[in-house]
Design a protein around this ligand. Structure first.
Ligand code: ATP
Ligand code: MG
Length: 204
């Protein structure tokens, strides 16, 4: 992947709105040659080699990081330990470059006014490293603002809370009522560079 294909995609929506289903479908068509998945809910094992130790993952990437790889990191449950791991995880992605980084449930590791420094680097300068970033959250009002602000594409399904609808409407530059009207498994998506909008409903 070259730097000009770099992208940052936000996938927002309440629990059960279809975020992970969409991300997994995206990862299958075709599977990225270089892939790092941050997997706090432990649901992406089929997409790569699973690690819960950062040092073991670093050892592996030290051997294969120049070529193809797919790693799935399942972090600690402890909030502080997890935030540190996420910072290191993002630092590795920046160092390796030219890869797809999936970050599930950003509310576990970022807040509106604070985010691990290397995650900020990913969202603000990752495109220069050829990063394609897919970040997911149930609670867009509770995650760091720079992420939504830097997205090239924002996609949302149904949201549960008014503050989340407001945050996404603002970031997408659409009416809040458009988001409030979404039914289960319906989604809207906007390319923030071109303004082009799409809408649909997830089917199985
Ligand atoms: N094969 C399937 N057939 C029918 N329904 C399915 C199938 N797979 C998932 N679903 C349903 O699709 C919905 C979306 O699930 P998904 O896991 O993608 O949600 P999510 O947005 O990632 O939620 P969370 O924030 O809790 O992770 C859920 O209601 C789930 O039960
Ligand atoms: Mg999910």
């Amino acid at each position: 992947m070259s730097a000009n294909q770099a992208s940052i995609i936000a996938v927002m929506g309440a629990s059960g709105s279809g975020k992970s289903t969409y991300i997994k479908r995206t990862l299958r068509k075709p599977k990225p040659a270089r892939l790092m998945i941050w997997d706090p809910m432990q649901e992406y094992a089929e997409f790569g080699q699973v690690f819960d130790s950062m040092s073991l993952m670093v050892d592996m990437l030290g051997k294969t990081g120049r070529g193809k790889f797919a790693v799935v990191f399942q972090p600690a449950a402890n909030e502080k330990a997890r935030a540190k791991q996420f910072d290191v995880f993002c630092g590795i992605a920046m160092a390796l470059g030219n890869l797809t980084l999936v970050a599930e449930e950003l509310k576990f590791v970022t807040k509106p006014g604070s985010a691990p420094i290397r995650w900020s680097a990913v969202t603000m300068t990752g495109r220069h490293k050829g990063l394609r970033v897919i970040g997911a959250s149930q609670r867009p009002a509770s995650i760091d603002k720079d992420f939504l602000g830097n997205c090239t594409t924002i996609r949302t399904g149904r949201l549960a809370y008014p503050e989340d609808m407001k945050a996404v409407a603002k970031a997408m530059q659409v009416q809040e009522s458009e988001i409030a009207a979404l039914k289960p498994l319906e989604w809207i998506e906007k390319n923030m560079a071109t303004g082009q909008k799409k809408a649909g409903k997830l089917t199985f």
